[in-house]
Every structure is written in structure tokens, then in C-alpha cells.
Design a binder for this molecule. Structure first.
Ligand SMILES: Nc1ncnc2c1ncn2[C@@H]1O[C@H](COP(=O)(O)OP(=O)(O)O)[C@@H](O)[C@H]1O
Ligand SMILES: [Mg+2]
Length: 319
């Protein structure tokens, strides 16, 4: 459904998207997971024809984003990272406006409005002004709007950025429903590990504009192999630990040490013997955080250049 070839975007000083190659299958929920500034939004803007690539291209639904932008636009829906519905219109009016922009015949437009409002459970709030909506309701309205013209591919940029846990679960539920019932191919970006893990059939971890690894969440976790032992200690004799054949990797996790080992139960005692005094020890099977750490050498939070800035801005804007 989507074929991305050597896609690159350079701004004056930086390469925001650095030669990415990717194929996305029909019906997949595909995630671009990476910290703020990784190049996720820029990638989406190029795929949705809103920003021209510096080099490379992509096809969506067999249409080329550079040569056939109009056909691409007819095939896709998009929900932007920043709120883009009109606050001084009602939910219904926002959808009606979208129908006009897409030149939909009146009766089809009204029929689709009923359908999409029902899908995101906003039918009984459709005549309220959007400024009276909660952040989660507004997101749901924008999701509904992105679906009105029955796109084959839906792009969601940080669909649950800044939402409370309950609203996030709602949005996840709709995304899963869409994928199952309408067989829409969904590409979403996120910097939330739990979101990527829960929703995505496959994902690409993207860091500084480059794809570092692609796979299903399950496979990515499994490929790390074994268990993670997280140790809080003043210091670690890393050279001695690296000599142990079953220690596959040692990384810094938010100031503590994470060791990837073959079998924590079997290996722990010897490791503790080498380290000596420890403040705490935790054993677990790998999470996507560990996957991210493994491939980039840093946690997703510490690697975020803007450090939660987007979230703060989002909260300010919605007030
Ligand atoms: N219009 C622009 N001009 C200059 N730099 C930009 C522009 N848009 C994005 N960038 C930079 O490109 C990089 C990737 O940004 P973005 O795609 O928004 O990342 P993400 O969505 O992953 O947070 C960042 O360093 C950002 O500052
Ligand atoms: Mg972004």
C-alpha cells in the first residue's frame, strides 16, 4: 500500500529525514516510534504531499507523492499533531466544512457525517461548539473528520499526545475498530512506548531521521533475547561483566545499569558476586523501552531534544 524509497528531507542545518526505505502492507497498523525531533512529523508531511522531499519519493495506493499529489490526497486521511478543528464551529459544522472542501455531494456528506459521528461516539455532542469539547473529544472529532471521505490510508500524527489515560484508551479502541472493520491502512507516529506496543502490527524505530530497526513489537522484544537485569549501584566493573559470555549488552537506563543476559535466574548470582554492593536489583523481560535503548543507546525520554515540550505546548493550547 505504501512504498517509501530513499526519502530525505533537509532543512538548512539539519537532515530531518535521512534516506528512509519502508514498505507498508494493506490493512496494517504501522507505527513510527521515536523521540521528539526524530523526524516523524516531517515524514508524514512528505507522505501526505504537504512538504516536498529533498530527494527520494514514495507511492501511496500506487500513486506517486511527487507526480500524482492529487490522487494521493484522494486516497488518504490525516489527523495532525496539533489540533486543527475550528473551535468556534460545532462538531457537526466542522465535518460539514470538510465535506465541502472535498466536494462531496450533499446527501453523501450528510450520510457520512452520521456514520463517522457514530463511530467516535460524538452523535449527542455534535451541536456543541468545539471549544466546549475536552481534549479527547476534539481528537475523536478530528479522527472522524479524517475518515469522512473513506480513505484507504489514514495518517495519525501523535494521536494521543497530551491526553489523559482514559481518552487515550478510547482513541486506541477506535483505531483498532477502524483497522478491523474498515480494513484501513493506518500509519501513526508516537513517542509513547505503550501506544506502539498495544496498537502496532509493525513499527519502525526512528532516531535522528534514520530508521534504526523495523519489526513487530513482539519480534523486536524477542530479538533482544533473554532477560533484563536492572541494577542500581554506585559503580560497576563493566570490563569484568563484559567478559561473561551470557551478558549480551550493558546500557545506562536513566542513571542505573541495564544488563541484557541469557537467563536472569541462572546468571544473577555470579553477576552480583562481581558487582559487590548494590542498592537495588530488578529482573524483567524486555519492553519496547529496552528495544529502543538497545538500538539507540539511550532511553526515549533522555533522547528527546525538546524534553516534553510538545506536551506542555499542547496543554497550554487546549486551555
Ligand atoms: N520547517 C522546519 N524548518 C527547520 N527545521 C525543521 C522544520 N520542521 C522540522 N524541523 C526540524 O526537523 C527535525 C524533525 O522534526 P519533526 O519531524 O517535527 O520531528 P518529530 O515529529 O519526530 O518530533 C527537528 O530537529 C525539527 O526541529
Ligand atoms: Mg511530531
Amino acid at each position: 500500500m505504501i512504498n517509501i524509497e530513499n526519502l530525505t528531507k533537509k532543512f538548512e542545518k539539519i537532515t530531518a529525514v535521512d534516506n528512509i526505505n519502508l514498505q507498508i502492507k494493506e490493512g496494517e497498523i504501522f507505527g513510527l516510534l521515536g523521540p521528539n525531533g526524530a523526524g516523524k512529523t516531517t515524514t508524514l508531511l512528505m507522505l501526505t504531499t504537504l512538504k516536498p522531499p529533498t530527494s527520494g519519493t514514495a507511492t501511496i495506493n500506487n500513486f506517486d507523492i511527487i507526480k500524482q499529489p492529487d490522487m494521493v490526497r484522494k486516497s488518504i486521511g490525516i489527523v495532525f499533531q496539533d489540533p486543527s478543528s475550528d473551535e468556534i464551529l460545532t462538531g457537526y459544522e466542522n465535518l460539514k466544512l470538510h465535506g465541502w472542501l472535498y466536494d462531496m455531494p450533499d446527501d453523501l456528506r450528510e450520510q457520512r457525517i452520521i456514520e463517522v459521528l457514530d463511530l467516535v461516539d460524538l452523535t449527542n455532542r455534535k451541536d456543541d461548539l468545539v471549544k466546549k469539547y475536552s481534549g479527547g473529544m476534539r481528537r475523536r472529532l478530528e479522527l472522524a473528520r479524517g475518515l469522512m471521505h473513506h480513505p484507504k490510508v489514514l495518517f495519525l500524527d501523535e494521536p494521543t499526545l497530551g491526553l489523559d489515560p482514559q481518552s487515550r484508551e478510547y482513541i486506541w479502541k477506535y483505531i483498532e475498530k477502524l483497522s478491523k472493520e474498515k480494513n484501513i491502512t493506518i500509519i501513526l507516529t508516537t513517542h509513547y512506548m505503550d501506544e506502539a506496543d498495544k496498537l502496532c502490527d509493525r513499527l519502525a524505530i526512528i532516531d535522528s531521521g534514520k530508521i534504526v530497526v523495523i519489526g513487530s513489537p513482539k519480534k523486536l522484544k524477542k530479538d533482544l533475547g533473554g532477560d533484563i537485569i536492572r541494577i542500581k549501584a554506585e559503580k560497576l566493573n563493566i570490563d569484568a561483566l563484559k567478559k561473561l559470555t551470557y551478558v549480551k549488552n550493558i546500557t545506562n537506563c536513566d542513571g542505573e545499569f541495564c544488563l541484557t543476559v541469557e537467563d536472569a535466574n541462572l546468571n544473577l548470582q555470579e553477576i552480583l558476586g562481581i558487582i559487590g554492593k548494590v542498592d537495588s536489583v530488578e529482573i524483567r523481560t524486555p519492553t519496547l523501552d529496552d528495544v529502543f535503548l538497545h538500538y539507540t543507546g539511550r532511553g526515549i525520554r533522555e533522547s528527546s531534544s525538546e524534553g516534553g515540550w510538545a506536551e506542555k505546548a499542547m496543554h497550554m493550547r487546549s486551555k
